[in-house]
Design a binder for this molecule. Structure first.
Ligand SMILES: Nc1ncnc2c1ncn2[C@@H]1O[C@H](COP(=O)(O)OP(=O)(O)O)[C@@H](O)[C@H]1O
Ligand SMILES: [Mg+2]
Length: 389
């Protein structure tokens, strides 16, 4: 089998990346012109990929990127480590920066990354800096980077993916970021954030980052464009997708780019070696994906509270009036107030979309209808994608 034209679970760029022309242009511009830009959107929508793609363009125009992902960082000190390790080794101003950072009393060493490339490394042992120390160093590190950016006279951009983790890790860290940004004269700051409600708090009227960033909202890719690209990718990699295949994948895949791409891959795999692949093959691919994930969904399900299961069943069935008396009766839901609370909790856990009005993962929805209704009977027969009747 030739390799799949669709990638998921990783940040994509180049031929695996489609559309987003406006977003990429906006990010690239910010990177090249000391902008302050924040990408906001739900997870799996494509923010990191936009950052990557725009970063490639910006680097082609001589920009230097110090790019870190904070998703898995557990404290501020790790953010420092990541920033230090992210300075491109080959940057002609790297030694200058290193000298300034050594002047802060930081012990710096060298390590190699996964590809065997050397990178800078903070030698302090974990916890050595302490929380106060880490705050101070954070300010100083970026102030020195700003100074070097001023000397370099080529663009330098700091990219913080999942930047809201800063505040989750340490209360007040977002205010620290504001100081850094306000005191910087040369650096671009491009951030992306996913936990939409926390991001709203941070950038809202009373938040520490209010008015700091130009905001760019990252929603679904334009459906017809995405559909056409999917068909095109299938055709150029050996699967004769008939008209409408891409559109069906987009409909069944729902609003998140990654879900659509995952489904596209499944359809493509099913089509390899076949005469042709069409829209009629999409529901089968959905089913295979659901089966693939069954064990994970079962684990999730058994840990849910009864009220949460009830809400998910109702939503999976397409119910929109969750607090209506009839819905409560049919799905054995608790009081309207408790339903509202359950919806909030499910949304905070990422199981519902940001509006709390639909199940975020279309394949989870399918699994519930297949496996988890009260009588255990499969309700997926003849079903349309979410949001359609
Ligand atoms: N522009 C794009 N073109 C093609 N696939 C994309 C695009 N953006 C996102 N994807 C798909 O979605 C997945 C998640 O993208 P990612 O950038 O990690 O999202 P986020 O950072 O918003 O969580 C990718 O692995 C890829 O499958
Ligand atoms: Mg991301």
């Amino acid at each position: 089998m030739s390799s799949s034209p669709f990638r998921t679970g990783e940040i994509v760029s180049d031929e695996h990346f489609t559309d987003r022309a406006d977003e990429v242009a906006t990010v690239r511009r910010a990177m090249l012109s000391s902008g302050r830009l924040l990408l906001v959107g739900e997870r799996r929508q494509g923010k990191s990929s936009i950052l990557r793609q725009a970063g490639l363009h910006a680097r082609a125009r001589d920009a230097t990127l110090v790019s870190v992902d904070l998703w898995t960082a557990t404290r501020l000190e790790e953010v420092l480590r990541r920033i230090i390790a992210a300075v491109p080794w080959g940057w002609s101003w790297r030694e200058r920066l290193q000298g300034l950072w050594l002047g802060l009393g930081l012990r710096l060493g060298i390590q190699s990354d996964a590809r065997g490339q050397p990178t800078l490394r903070l030698e302090a042992s974990p916890g050595e800096l302490g929380s106060e120390g880490a705050r101070e160093v954070f300010l100083q590190l970026l102030a020195r980077l700003d100074a070097v950016a001023g000397e370099a006279e080529t663009p330098v951009a700091v990219v913080l993916d999942e930047f809201q983790r800063l505040e989750e890790m340490e209360e007040g860290a977002a205010a620290l970021l504001r100081s850094v940004i306000q005191e910087s004269h040369h650096l671009a700051f491009v951030c992306a954030g996913s936990t939409v409600s926390l991001v709203d708090e941070l950038t809202g009227p009373r938040g520490p980052l209010h008015g700091i960033f130009q905001e760019l909202s990252v929603g679904p890719i334009d459906p017809p464009l995405l559909a056409a690209w999917i068909e095109d990718r299938m055709k150029t990699s050996g699967v004769a997708a008939t008209e409408g295949t891409g559109a069906a994948v987009v409909r069944w895949g729902g609003p998140r780019t990654e879900d659509v791409l995952r489904l596209a891959r499944e359809v493509w795999e099913g089509g390899v070696g076949e005469e042709a692949t069409g829209p009629g093959d999409v529901p089968g691919a959905v089913r295979r994906l659901v089966m693939d994930r069954r064990a994970g969904y079962q684990r999730l399900w058994v840990e849910l509270a009864d009220s949460h299961r009830g809400v998910l069943r109702a939503m999976a069935s397409g119910e929109t009036q969750l607090t209506a008396r009839d819905t409560i009766r049919r799905f054995d839901l608790p009081t309207p107030a408790a339903v509202v609370k359950a919806v909030d909790r499910l949304r905070d856990r990422g199981l519902l979309d940001a509006a709390g009005s639909a199940i975020a993962d279309p394949f989870l929805r399918q699994w519930i209808l297949l496996d988890a209704m009260p009588d255990g009977l499969d309700r997926t027969e003849g079903l349309a994608p979410d949001g359609e009747v």
